[in-house]
Design a protein around this ligand. Structure first.
Ligand SMILES: Cc1ncc(COP(=O)(O)O)c(C=O)c1O
Length: 388
């Protein structure tokens, strides 16, 4: 019953865009407001799709970044082979939004989740999930209906130590169990080295990522020895988008953040230089200055409830020498450079987000800015809060 309630909540969520009665200026929005620059978003999608296609790799973008089925549909239109969801609930929201080729990239470990997954399979969608334990597999074996089909990938770990198995015997046992059961098919393997994505030094990032893939070689050889075909070899992210394409075994990349970019990514090195600027900043949070208790600072209406941050602070590209400091849940304080009195009360200022994924999860919808600089529509963040 509790699962039905949770799913009903997701299925009640809005999916489609709302056109505004007229185009709005940024200054007319209630802030803090999450803004998408649509031409930049479209350029990022097109660039990534072209890059991967030109290297003969599939585009399997991760929806954990945007949590918006509308955007997943845009990515599929741009050639994605399918999309990723971090969790079962995120997959449910994507399905509800008309996306039907989904890989769930986290293993599950309870019967409840396996039963919910079974519900999602109704209607024979192309849903796949990773497993990394016999416990997880056995739950699927218990919950999935006789007439359903589920693709299973084995999640492999080398050094991150988050999810995945390092055990070759377990890998083989899992594949054999999957292949013996008519409800399942072995779709391939996943390997995600998230701890390498933000390594600042590009050459080091390249070396570590390629060696991480190389360390999986014994697993591929083991599967080959047993005559097991590995259809999909998936993983990677924005930080290795131009590195992992050189891994011959890899079939597709799970890039997420490239679509928006954020300060954590922009501040690492790239093949081009000491900033990672190959994708445009298409996501920002607009805040309004609301108070000025002292002349050297001015306070905006966005804090930890508007921006999620693990390390860096929001950054204002339009006023580069202004520094943002968090001033609690609802506020940020801008440290003004000397003589920077041109910032007035009531001014709307846009900030690059420190970390795009968890920032998106704080907001209900995107305000979508078109090429004319005006806000024309609103896109619901349907999978917001879907973290189970
Ligand atoms: C399993 C998995 N794949 C892909 C990604 C996407 O990574 P990025 O946002 O760095 O492109 C993530 C992000 O955390 C992830 O957890």
């Amino acid at each position: 019953m509790s699962s039905e309630l949770a799913l009903a909540n997701i299925r009640a969520k809005q999916v489609e865009a709302t056109m505004l009665p007229r185009p709005f200026e940024l200054e007319e929005l209630p802030t803090p407001a999450l803004i998408i620059d649509k031409p930049a978003l479209e350029a990022n999608i097109a660039k990534m799709s072209k890059h991967l296609t030109s290297h003969g790799k599939g585009f399997r973008p991760h929806a954990k970044t945007h949590k918006c089925p509308l955007i997943s549909r845009m990515q599929i239109e741009a050639g994605a082979v399918g999309v990723c969801a971090a969790k079962v609930s995120e997959a449910a929201a994507l399905l509800h939004g008309g996306v039907s080729k989904i890989l769930i990239t986290s293993p599950i470990s309870t019967l409840t989740k396996a039963q919910i997954l079974d519900t999602l399979l109704l209607g024979q969608k192309d849903i796949r999930i990773v497993v990394d334990s016999l416990h997880g597999f056995e739950l699927l074996a218990k919950a999935i209906s006789a007439d359903s089909t589920l693709g299973i990938l084995v999640d492999l770990d080398v050094s991150m130590g988050r999810t995945g198995t390092r055990d070759n015997d377990l890998l083989l046992t899992l594949v054999e169990r999957i292949e013996k059961d008519d409800r399942f098919y072995f779709s391939g393997v996943q390997h995600y080295a998230g701890h390498l994505m933000h390594l600042a030094d590009f050459d080091k990032r390249r070396e570590k990522s390629l060696s991480s893939w190389q360390r999986l070689e014994d697993k591929f050889l083991l599967l080959e020895k047993h005559g097991i075909d590995v259809d999909v070899v998936t993983g990677g992210g924005t930080g290795t988008y131009d590195i992992d394409v050189d891994v011959a075994r890899m079939t597709d990349l799970q890039v997420g953040s490239y679509i928006f970019m954020d300060e954590e990514y922009r501040s690492i090195g790239s093949a081009q230089g000491d900033r990672f600027n190959e994708f445009e900043l298409s996501l920002s949070v607009a805040c309004t200055t609301i108070s000025q208790p002292q002349s050297a600072t001015i306070t905006v209406d966005g804090g930890y409830k508007a921006f999620a941050s693990d390390s860096v602070n929001p950054v204002c590209d339009d006023i580069p020498d202004v520094e943002f400091r968090f001033a609690g849940d609802e506020h940020g304080v801008l440290i003004l450079a000397e003589g920077q009195q041109e910032i007035q009360l009531g001014q709307v200022i846009r900030f690059a987000t420190p970390h795009c994924d968890p920032t998106v999860n704080l907001h209900e919808y995107y305000w979508v800015m078109e090429a004319d600089g005006l806000i024309h529509s609103c896109w619901p963040i349907t999978a917001r809060g879907c973290s189970w």
